[in-house]
Design a protein around this ligand. Structure first.
Ligand SMILES: [Zn+2]
Length: 139
């Protein structure tokens, strides 16, 4: 299924929506006034996480948000990175669902036999020890 992209008209409408009364474009993630800073139109729900059924209908401006590139979109904790993590996780659980789960390693130590406590043997159950002869007669 193809990734849907916002049209030029969508982008213009989103930019207009994100423009404050003073005429400055603001980040729809954190509210930062961007001025001339770069911004991007983000898919609020990443296309990769959309079920096919959703992707059959066209995008609307409600599916997008204007994010400052530096503040919300591409930073260390930015939307893109979070999305990538979520997509990877979704792929893993889909694979699991399909039965392609990676075999789990057994817990370390599980394969060793349990050590048993040595049994105490009653003293009189043993044969008496042979008496050692320390001295031999030279007779
Ligand atoms: Zn922001």
């Amino acid at each position: 299924m193809k990734r849907r992209e916002f049209t030029r008209s969508h982008r213009e409408q989103i930019v207009r929506r994100a423009t404050n009364a003073a005429g400055y474009v603001t980040c729809e993630g954190c509210g930062l006034v961007l001025g001339k800073k770069p911004y991007e139109i983000d898919h609020i729900i990443p296309e990769a996480l959309r079920p096919d059924e959703d992707r059959k209908r066209p995008l609307t401006i409600a599916d997008g948000q204007l994010l400052g590139k530096e503040c919300c979109h591409r930073g260390a904790e930015g939307k893109t990175r979070q999305d990538v993590k979520r997509i990877a996780k979704a792929k893993r659980s889909a694979a699991k669902h399909m039965g392609f789960e990676r075999p789990k390693k057994p817990m370390p130590g599980r394969d060793f036999p349990k050590t048993e406590k040595p049994k105490r043997i009653a003293k009189d159950a043993l044969p008496p020890l042979p008496k050692t002869q320390l001295y031999t007669s030279r007779g």
